[in-house]
Design a protein around this ligand. Structure first.
Ligand SMILES: *Cc1c(COP(=O)(O)O)cnc(C)c1O
Length: 369
């Protein structure tokens, strides 16, 4: 058995750097001024990445990414609003479920899992239903790795005078989004994805006027982004116990992000990871689920080998024994598995993962791939 921990090739939690993990060795008091400065610095650095200082507030929130999505819908969609949820995978479906649970009126447009949402799809939906006030889009749909055309969708939304809420959970920090060029009301992401922090907090960038107009609207106390923001603006502190170690780790991860060269460097590393992965897997006969033109460099879905000797659980355990953690597929119709390109790993690491996967398929005598 190996005694080094395996590399997580999963889209969060993911592999973090030793420096990021070491930032969690200090216990912080939530009243401590230095901790409040840490939180403020995290928000400033996050707004830097988005180029959003002039237009948007950054509201951090305890919990996993879904908590932040639910907080955004509950706080930003008025009770008489109606959300159009654009769906081409599991995270789009989850967003629609959030609208349903919160009792917000919504409708959906569903594209096949291997096809991006198009401007024409959106135009048709908006023409058919004038009650729609908000559009919700998943930027990179992590259930397949497909990239939806955010700039084009945002243009259509703005032209119709509607408001856009973006779940950019698995893309923020790696794929460019400039708040000065792309009109949106809210963009949601989290600590434990492309910024390579640990999981435990989400954050929502909200257009300043939108947040100010949202007082008292949330049906939830803990997930009220307006209240969270107002309290933090007044006191410098989090409402309720902050995830102190998560904030410290994210702060350290953001320092490294900047030192490494920011978004262009992160994008380049993940792109190289993705290319190394796909090239090596294709050489071994494995087939990516998506064509390259719509594949985001975040996570890649592969068809499972057809061979009866292939079983995901066995495959997973054997690859894990060689030092890499894979991810099961999330598609209902086809048998797949997924490999993440994100986290503290480079192309050399991806090549080692591909080699391990190739060796495991040989060991398992999987020939019909
Ligand atoms: C990770 C992720 C989320 C949040 O999922 P959690 O399990 O709550 O962290 C939401 N949307 C997308 C697209 C994601 O990749």
């Amino acid at each position: 058995m190996r005694n080094t921990p395996p590399v997580l090739l999963t889209p969060g939690p993911l592999t973090t750097s030793l420096r990021t993990r070491q930032a969690m060795r200090v216990d912080w008091g939530s009243w401590d001024e230095r901790f409040n400065a840490l939180t403020a610095s995290v928000c400033t650095q996050l707004l830097d990445i988005l180029n959003g200082h002039g237009t948007h507030h950054c509201v951090p929130l305890q919990g996993s990414g879904t908590f932040a999505v639910e907080a955004a819908i509950g706080t930003l969609v008025p009770r008489d609003g109606k959300v159009l949820v654009l769906i081409n995978g599991a995270y789009g479906k989850r967003l629609a479920k959030i609208c349903d649970v919160l009792g917000r009126a919504f409708c959906t447009f569903e594209a096949p899992e291997d096809q991006p949402i198009t401007e024409a799809d959106l135009e048709a939906m908006l023409r058919a239903d004038s009650r729609i006030t908000h559009i919700a889009l998943i930027h990179c749909e992590t259930s397949t790795g497909i990239l939806n055309p955010l700039p084009e969708i945002a243009d259509v939304v703005a032209r119709h005078g509607k408001r856009l809420i973006i779940d950019a959970m698995s893309s923020f920090g790696a794929l460019p989004v400039d708040a000065a060029n792309i009109p949106f009301d809210a963009l949601i992401a989290a600590s434990g994805k492309c910024l390579e922090g640990v999981p435990g907090m989400g954050f929502v960038f909200v257009r300043k006027e939108t947040l100010e107009a949202a007082a008292g609207r949330s049906p939830s106390l803990a997930l009220d982004l307006h209240d969270q923001y107002a309290y933090m603006a007044k006191t410098g502190q989090w409402r309720f116990t902050p995830p102190t170690h998560v904030v410290a780790a994210l702060h350290e991860a953001l320092l490294q992000y900047r030192e490494d060269g920011g978004l262009p460097a992160r994008n380049a590393r993940y792109t190289a990871n993705c290319q190394t992965l796909i090239k090596g897997m294709v050489e071994r006969g494995l087939r990516p689920f998506l064509p390259p033109s719509i594949q985001a460099p975040i996570i890649v879905t592969f068809h499972a080998p057809r061979d009866a000797r292939y079983q995901f659980k066995d495959f997973y355990e054997r690859v894990k024994a060689k030092g890499f953690i894979l991810y099961p597929g999330k598609l209902t119709q086809v048998d797949t598995f997924r490999v993440g390109c994100i986290g503290h790993v480079d192309a050399q690491g991806m090549q080692a993962a591909v080699d391990a996967i190739g060796d495991v398929l040989l060991e398992m005598e999987v020939v019909d791939i």
